[in-house]
Structure formats: C-alpha cells, structure tokens
Design a protein around this ligand. Structure first.
Ligand SMILES: C[S@@+](CC[C@H](N)C(=O)[O-])C[C@H]1O[C@@H](n2cnc3c(N)ncnc32)[C@H](O)[C@@H]1O
Ligand code: SF4
Length: 462
C-alpha cells in the first residue's frame, strides 16, 4: 500500500505541464503556417513504412455549462449552428484526404469535445459514415481500428449510441465526475446515478468493446468520505477504464471557473488524501494504475501496453497507438506528425473562412528541433514506462546522456532523497510515489524549463 507523507511532498505542488505534447502548446507559434503543415503532410506520403493514421474530430457543442469545464467547448442549443459546423468538418476531411495517399490506414478514431453526442442520431450517422467512406480503416489480422467517442449521458438516448455503434464505433468514454448531489449542484452538472447506469447498460447491450468513465477530484465540497462513495459506485459499475482527473482551478484562463467559489474547494492535503484513497480502492478492486490519471483492468490494451512497454502519449492522453500520424479536425484540434505540431483556429468564423478558401485551417504550430526530438523521446518514455535506460537514448541519438541532461540529473538528486526516483548507473526508475509526481520528474528533462524560456501558466501538479 502506498504511504503518502504529505509534509514531505508538499514542496512539489507547483505549476507544471501535463506533457500531452513536447514542446507543450504554449510554445506553438504563428510563424508556423498552413503551408508548413502541408509541406510536412506531403513528405509523410514517402518512404517504405508509411505511418498509420489516427484521426481526431473536435465536436465542441454542449447544452449546459459545467462550471469546472476546462475543455474547448461552446454552449448552444442552436441546431443550425451545429449543422453548419458538421458541413465544414466534412470540407476539412475532403481537403486533408486529398493530400494523403489513399492506402494509408486509419488505426484510431476519436470524437472528443465538448460533447459529440450533442449531435442528434441522424447527424452522428451522417458524419460517422462520411468519415468511414473517406478513409481506409485497418481491418486485418493485426486488429481493427480503435474507434472511440466521448459521451454525456444527460440528454442521451439509445438511438445516439446505436448511430455510433452501427457506424463503426467500438469504444465509449463517458463523463461522470462525481455522484454526490451537493458536488453536482455546486458545479452545475446534475447527473442522477440511474441515467449513468442506464447508459452503461445500453453501451454493453450494443456490444461496444470498451467503456471508460471519467471522474474529477478536487471539486467543491468533495471530501475523502464523499468521493469514496463515488469510487465504490464506479467499481460496482465495473468499467474497463477509469480516468480520475485532477481539477485545475484556473479562473484567469477559463472565466466561467470563477462561478466555483475557491473557498468551497478541498485543501491540497484533502485532495492528496482523496487521490490516495482512490488509488487504494481502485487497485484493491483489481485495476492497474497506468499513470497520471488513468486506470484500466489488467486485460485492457492500456494495461497490456504498460506491461509490454509500448504505451504512448498524445493529446488524448495515453494510447497504444505507436507512431501513427495524428490528424485533428475541427476548431482547436492539434495535429501531430513526426516532426511538427499544427493547431487549428479556435473560432468557428476563422475556421470557416480558411476552409471557404480551400486552405487547411492551421492558426499556429511548431517544427521540432533535434533537441526537442531528443527531449520529447525522454519525456514520453518517462511518462509511459516510468523508467529510462540512458544507454538506449545515447545509442538512438548519439549523445552523452549524463552531459546532455546534467542540469536535470542534478535536480533529481533531491527527488532521489525523497524516494521519488532511483538513479543507478545508466538507469532511472520511478517509484510508486514518483508516479504521482511524474510531471515534476519529467520537468527536469524539459529544455524550455531548463533555459527558463517557459512562460506558460500551467495548472499545479498536485
Ligand atoms: C469533453 S469532456 C467528456 C464528454 C462530455 N462533455 C462530458 O462532460 O460528459 C472530457 C472530460 O474532461 C474532464 N474535465 C473537464 N474539465 C476539467 C477540468 N477543469 N479539470 C479536470 N478534468 C476536466 C471531465 O472529466 C470530462 O468528462
Ligand atoms: S465537462 Fe463536458 S458537458 Fe460539461 S461543459 Fe465541459 S465539455 Fe461540456
């Protein structure tokens, strides 16, 4: 059982990136244009082993505002606005597809939001079948494509799920957050337990392969006791995967978060105890702690990938999909090819204007330097494997690890004394406690932090 000494670790509660990319999004710049993106797309069509494709579609609309929401979402009930957006996403699909060799295979599809099931069942079927006919999806001995959609059970009907299932989706991820009614009221998200349970039943009846449930800790009025009740109910529902996100209260970035009163939030010690209790309960119930905020049953692909050391990390969190090129469509979407990141416009108007001009709707991006590539490799291996073999990095990139990362390795001495890592010879191992502070450990290999060039305001790590 994990022993957490709060006094010892409080000093690590500082702002830090979540490393869904490296460099992180605040480094992206408008010097990188749609033309740079296009050049890189064309280059990816050459070579012997063409990377597979991972497709992400951002569907930003929601019915009502959850006060804690940190996602890129738009609250609307205007159906024409939604219909127009779907028409433009199809334009973007046509444009991107026109630059890719037709035989490249899709191995992963994800609809995220906002709330993709804000689309009605007909709109879902229409867009999903358009995507299926626009690209070739992998369907061979190495398995089919993992096609997942985020859903919100509030306002959802079985017909929404049928539209997803009959048009290629095999995974569902659903927001629960917290079952406690006082918490739900304080964050403006009333979601009675029975609709969550009903939705899970439909998902299972329709034969989806996997279901993930999202929880958030750190919300107003949560205590160890109230959240333990939520975790027990989740264990009883028995989803394949569970995400337990740390609520980041950043009202200076997301104005609506000011609707949550800071004095109602649990203190950092309480939050850490909630996390400790959650890890203990979920691991005792047989779930494997994958890292950061994710848990999975031992036979789930994520847990298998963790064991076999081929877990990956991208903008959707942990993934089993090695080295696929990620194309993100819709407003705010971030695409990731081997050497670049490219982000789409954030407003519908700018996004539509670009597509009306047959232009890929890139607003900014980033081209990785050699140094970024080395550091990305190190940070992603740490975030996914929780260990690092220095000689492997030396061979891959032709560097002397201890010289190259002298600053970070020096910082790690204190972390070693605090039992977060073990550095022994050419090997770094993250301890169980270190897994909870993996962002802090990874920051020691971040060149922007080392060079003090990182001015982003990140959420706190604990
Ligand atoms: C796009 S939503 C999921 C689908 C749907 N919109 C819903 O809320 O049910 C993605 C997830 O992000 C998490 N999330 C949103 N805002 C957050 C925040 N500020 N801090 C931590 N997690 C957050 C929630 O758990 C949420 O389920
Ligand atoms: S948490 Fe989900 S439903 Fe709530 S506002 Fe954010 S995206 Fe919409």
């Amino acid at each position: 059982m994990l022993e957490i000494d709060l006094a010892k670790y409080k000093k690590y509660d500082q702002p830090g990136p979540r490393y869904t990319s490296y460099p992180t999004a605040p480094q992206f710049t408008e010097i990188f244009t749609h033309e740079d993106f296009l050049d890189e797309i064309v280059k990816t069509n050459y070579g012997e082993n063409l990377p597979n494709l991972s497709l992400y579609f951002h569907l930003p609309y929601c019915d009502t505002l959850c006060f804690f929401c940190g996602c890129n979402m738009i609250i609307t009930r205007n159906r024409d606005r939604v219909k127009k957006y779907v028409d433009y996403i199809k334009k973007e699909i046509d444009l991107i597809r026109s630059y890719l060799l037709p035989d490249r295979k899709v191995t992963q599809l994800h609809w995220g939001g906002g709330t993709p099931t804000h689309l009605d069942p007909d709109e879902i079927a229409d867009l999903a079948s358009f995507i299926q006919t626009s690209f070739q999806f992998r369907n061979d001995d190495s398995g089919g494509s993992e096609n997942g959609c985020e859903i919100d059970p509030r306002g959802l009907t079985k017909a929404h799920l049928e539209a997803l299932r009959y048009n290629g989706f095999n995974r569902i991820s659903m927001g629960v957050q917290d079952f406690n009614e006082i918490v739900q009221k304080a964050v403006n998200r009333i979601q009675p337990e029975d609709i969550t349970r009903q939705t899970v039943e439909w998902v299972r009846e329709l034969g989806f392969q996997s279901i993930n449930l999202d929880l958030i800790y750190g919300l107003p009025f949560q205590s160890v006791e109230t959240f333990a009740d939520t975790v027990d109910k989740i264990i009883n529902i028995s989803p394949d995967r569970i995400a337990v996100f740390n609520y980041a209260h950043v009202p200076w970035l997301k104005k609506h978060m000011a609707l949550i009163h800071a004095e109602d939030l649990p203190a950092p010690e309480v939050k850490l105890n909630i996390l400790k209790m959650t890890i203990e309960k979920l691991t005792s119930a047989g779930y494997i702690f994958i890292g950061m905020d994710h848990f999975a049953k031992p036979d789930d692909e994520l847990a298998i990938a963790l064991r076999e050391k081929n877990l990956y990390r991208n903008f959707q969190g942990y993934s089993t999909n090695a080295d696929a090129d990620l194309y993100a469509m819709g407003i705010t979407g971030i695409s990731q090819l081997q050497k670049i990141y490219a982000q789409n416009y954030k407003t519908e108007k700018e996004y539509y204007d670009a597509l009306d001009n047959e232009r890929i709707p890139t607003v900014k991006g980033y081209k990785l330097t050699e140094d970024d590539t080395i550091r990305r490799y190190v940070i992603m291996r740490l975030m996914c494997n929780f260990e690092l073999d220095f000689s492997g990095v030396e061979e891959k990139f032709g560097i002397n690890f201890k010289d190259y990362f002298a600053w970070g390795l020096n910082n790690l001495k204190e972390m070693q004394a605090d039992e977060l890592v073990n550095v022994d010879g050419n090997k770094l191992e993250v301890t169980d406690m270190g897994r909870l502070l993996i962002r802090n450990i990874a920051m020691n290999f971040d060149g922007y932090i080392e060079r003090k060039e990182d001015k982003a305001k990140y959420s706190r790590t604990m």
